[in-house]
Write a protein that binds this ligand. Structure first.
Ligand code: NCD
Length: 303
């Protein structure tokens, strides 16, 4: 593996070996502390980020490497002087051994890959894909259930603009007998390309607005926020807020071993009271991000 711009680049075997390595690193992170010595990783974040950027930065640091980059395009020539994305990538190629990038436009990582001589990792491209999030999501599901096959997984919220649920759905097509329930309002439903891919892979899926029933049946619920930053009309985004909210009352009928995941940041879709229950797993999930990104860097550099 030399790049990761979309999750479909990885097959089941590669996903499972990344999970295995990430869990190994999580157990004994000090064992890997010199692996990236003398490597410089560029973190180019053209769009807001907390977890993805900081967990990559922490991952590089824990592996003994160094980072360069920016977290706001406004501080780069791309943002302020009209430099193109491809020129920016060509230049950063001169300084770094790998580029992690996040960009508001779908397809930006693929475009960067075309001109880059160093590996590109997509840290999220618009409403398209977020493959490293999916890897940490799968690692987390595996950690919880010791398997990914034969699970009932509900995805809730903004399935139209959310890139995490798109990449996660695609990745699940590598596994057997996974049943997906998409819970959203009609306007924010999962797009057809993903539903077709899921169907083609022979997985069952359904679309519903019945959050209560979805919670009763699921082994894993994957909550997401309304992607208000992707709406042209912010007022419209507000209309969708608060439609699908998990609280302790809703959890009364859930399976005892249900776990709730969320890529974070959360808005109002998970009541804070849920944080103190055994169902909440989203902060541990965010923690897994660092270990999975360590594993991914090691695989890409073949170390
Ligand atoms: C997600 C993203 O950026 O797509 N965040 C993340 O990387 N953990 C989800 C989101 O912003 O809602």
């Amino acid at each position: 593996m030399k790049n990761l711009t979309q999750i479909s680049q990885l097959n089941r075997f590669q996903i499972e070996s990344l999970i295995e390595l990430a869990l190994k690193i999580k157990k004994e992170p000090e064992k890997y502390s010199n692996k990236l010595q003398r490597k410089i990783i560029a973190l180019l974040f053209f769009e807001a980020s907390t977890r993805t950027r900081l967990s990559f930065e922490a991952a590089v640091n824990r592996l003994g490497g160094k980072t360069i980059g920016f977290s706001q395009p406004g501080s780069s020539s791309y943002g302020k002087k009209g430099e193109s994305l491809t020129d920016t990538i060509r230049v950063v190629n001169q300084y770094s051994d790998l580029i992690v990038m996040r960009h508001p436009k779908s397809g930006a990582a693929k475009l960067a890959k075309k001109v880059s001589k160093v590996p590109i990792i997509n840290g999220g491209d618009g409403a398209n894909e977020h493959p490293t999030q999916t890897l940490l999501d799968l690692m987390t599901i595996y950690q919880i259930r010791k398997k990914i096959d034969n699970l009932k997984i509900a995805m809730v919220g903004d399935l139209k603009f959310g890139r995490t649920v798109r990449s996660l759905s695609k990745a699940l097509t590598n596994f057997q007998n996974v049943e997906i329930t998409y819970v959203s309002c009609k306007d924010l439903a999962m797009k057809d390309d993903i539903k077709e891919a899921v169907k083609k892979a022979g997985l069952k899926f359904k679309q519903t607005q019945d959050l209560k029933q979805a919670f009763q049946k699921a082994d894993i619920v994957y909550m997401t926020r309304i992607q208000s930053d992707r709406f042209k009309d912010k007022k419209k985004a507000r209309k969708y807020q608060g439609q699908f909210v998990v609280d302790n009352l809703l959890l009364k009928n859930a399976k005892k071993d249900l776990k709730i995941l969320h890529p974070l940041p959360r808005n109002d879709e998970i009541a804070q009271e849920v944080d103190d229950t055994a169902y909440a797993f989203y902060f541990e999930q965010a923690g897994n991000g660092m270990y999975m990104r360590m594993a991914l860097l090691l695989k890409i550099f073949d170390l």
